[in-house]
Design a protein around this ligand. Structure first.
Ligand code: FE2
Length: 465
């Protein structure tokens, strides 16, 4: 049997290649935009990709289905419940099809989206009986899908549909293996667990949402704890539903020396994206640049902060980071990376060009200033609401990093502002947003809330206090 899980770090997205190596046929489920990996896996198994399946219209990445179909000739098989605006083969509840000695059966599982389907898999060298189910964004390890992505009008109805879809899934049998479309870190579920696969039996026992037997109580619970969805989700949804032309990769950016880079910054809609670490950015950066360090969280934050209309110039720590950053950006539909600073930031300083800084302020300095001269220091907490409600540094103002660009008017431009989050990552993004918006005196608090607590200082506003 062929069964490969493809993990896309950053988006915490899981896609699958499943098939029969004896017959040399396989399917790809929920492919990402850069499809080379599916072609390589099929080749490694000496197998042909004969169908491309999707569990639903994805909102968090550019689907690779149409490009994979064009490249392999394999047909697209998606939900008959619609939403797609291009031709494809329709799958309805109860439809069955064979892939070599495997059998796939379609189960309707609306809730995360109206058209959502899951695939029950049987056969192969495991068993004649069903042994697994590909649940897409309906059921994750330790969590269920979010029903709110299609807006206020739909969320209530979808939450009820999700309740019934989950009932259908748990009735399939405790022994079934569950293969979801996301792992931990994806905003597609509130509290997705660390494991990439699970079983129906395990989820029945331990998934908190599956313990709720009352339908209304379930709906309240799934709608209560949702974080705002990243702003790029609506754009991705539209792109994947309409099948807008999108190649399987973005154009390669050109290396630029500092003077050329500076000249290119003047082109309208250009954004300088600095993917270096917090300390490097704080030490010296190009005026007006946005800092999103190239860590695990990069693609989600890029999706929050960057629009598709923006033309990107990159500042990276090393040459390998150019391709990595471009791959992450392409997966969320940001293709317009025009160039990068050829030899990293030293190219800029050695040319004698102007740079800005975000000085670091220790929690000890911060505490002393807040106690002795509170009117001379603003403090901004940019964590999520749930984190803020667990307790914050006394005197802080709360604006989540994802909302800061639209709420800048709430921060006083005349007073220096120190920014913190949980570890410093979001604080650095937020500090760069403030600097770009003309705030003169902005500090980062390294270690952020962890350092404050580590120093033994008290928090205020904890719900549990
Ligand atoms: Fe989804």
């Amino acid at each position: 049997m062929i069964f490969d899980t493809i993990v896309t770090e950053g988006l915490a997205h899981l896609s699958y290649v499943v098939g029969d190596d004896h017959s040399g046929v396989c399917v790809v489920i929920d492919p990402r935009r850069d499809i080379g990996i599916y072609l390589a896996i099929a080749q490694r198994h000496n197998a042909r990709i004969v169908r491309i399946l999707e569990t639903h219209i994805h909102a968090d990445f550019v689907s690779g289905s149409r490009n994979l179909a064009a490249k392999t000739g394999a047909p697209l098989f998606f939900s008959a419940d619609g939403g797609y605006e291009f031709p494809y083969e329709k799958l309805a509840a109860g439809d069955r099809f064979a892939i070599g000695d495997l059998a796939f059966e379609v189960l309707r599982t609306p809730g995360h989206t109206p058209e959502h389907i899951s695939f029950i898999v049987s056969g192969g060298n495991k068993s004649e009986h069903a042994w697994g189910v590909l649940t897409g964004d309906t059921l994750f390890a330790g969590e269920v899908g979010r029903p709110d992505l299609l807006g206020e009008d739909m969320r209530g109805r979808l939450a009820h549909e999700l309740f019934h879809s989950l009932r259908r899934l748990v009735e399939l049998g405790d022994e079934l293996e569950v293969y979801p479309a996301h792992g931990q870190g994806s905003p597609c579920g509130a509290q997705i667990g660390a494991r990439r696969m699970t079983t129906i039996g395990y989820e029945k026992l331990y998934n908190p949402k599956l313990q709720i037997q009352d339908e209304n109580e379930f709906c309240e619970a799934v709608l209560a704890e949702l974080q705002p969805a990243p702003v790029y989700y609506a754009r991705m949804k539209h792109l994947n539903a309409t099948g807008a032309a999108c190649s399987d990769h973005a154009p390669t950016p050109v290396p630029l020396d500092a003077e050329k880079f500076a000249a290119e910054m003047a082109i309208p809609s250009t954004l300088v994206l600095d993917t270096r670490e917090i300390e490097a950015f704080g030490g010296a950066h190009i005026p007006d640049s946005l800092n999103i360090p190239l860590r695990q969280e990069f693609p989600i934050w890029a999706g929050w902060m960057i629009g598709p209309e923006q033309r990107i110039l990159l500042v990276v720590s090393g040459p390998n980071d150019v391709e990595l950053a471009c791959t992450h950006l392409a997966r969320i539909g940001v293709d317009n990376v025009a160039g990068y600073l050829r030899r990293g930031f030293r190219e800029w300083t050695e040319t004698g060009l102007r740079f800005h800084k975000v000085p670091q302020m220790s929690v000890h300095e911060l505490k002393a200033t807040l106690e002795t001269a509170p009117r001379t220091q603003q403090l901004l907490d940019v964590r999520r609401e749930g984190e803020w409600n667990q307790g914050h540094i006394p005197g802080a103002q709360h604006i989540p990093a994802s909302a800061l660009s639209t709420r800048l008017g709430e921060v006083d431009r005349a007073i220096p502002v120190a920014v913190y989050c949980s570890t410093g990552y979001r604080a650095s993004i937020a500090a760069s947003v403030l600097k770009r918006s003309g705030f003169g005196s902005v500090f980062n608090v390294p270690g952020s809330i962890a350092a404050w607590k580590g120093a033994g200082f008290k928090l205020e506003g904890s719900e549990s206090q």
